[in-house]
Design a protein around this ligand. Sequence first.
Ligand code: DX5
Ligand code: ZN
Length: 216
Amino acid sequence: MSLIHPSILNSDTADLAGELTRISSADAAHVDVMDNHFVPNLTWGLPVVESLIRRNIMPIDAHLMIADPDRWAPAYAEAGCDSVTFHVEAARAPVVLAHNLHKAGARVGVGVRPGTPLSAIEELLPYMDMALIMTVEPGFGGQAFIESMLPKIRRLRALLNEQNLDIQIQVDGGVSRHTIAQAAEAGANVFVAGSAVFGAEDAAEEIAALRKIADP
Ligand code: DX5
Ligand code: ZN
């Protein structure tokens, strides 16, 4: 089954709780944390995520595009995020970090930028619940889906099948009605969509449409 995680990056950030209510038919809200170091953009941090969790509207999928996740990521798990994704390029001790996130009760995601090969996460597969394949250069919403990432998704799906590992494959960046079918066909099953959902007149209808295309 495919899961839809709308990204609130380009939502009305003065009314985040209201925006979560608009997308509450989705499976989780994808919350992009950026620190202006790992990526050239800055969003929000732990206090905002904590207060969204307190509203108890829907599960929170935190995507940490930050330097030093070893230090900062466990607090997002302790705050009650359903899943916490850190980037392999930024983590110093990813196995220990994954263990700490699990201990704090979160599902563990590990992300790779478009230029990072799968070999960077291969050894970590047994420690994660979700692999995030970025289909844009992280930092901004509204960019075009990089189609050359499809073989990477396909290779990862084959690797998971080979090793009999039950790990979700999340794709993030440029996911829309026009690109979700290819990503699903390649083997992704968790879809982050920012501008597609928040740019739509009816967010719930867009979520339903994306779901239907991903799971025909
Ligand atoms: C980009 C973020 C994405 C972004 C996706 O760095 O990780 O989650 O919000 O936005 P769209 O769907 O517009 O590409
Ligand atoms: Zn993201």
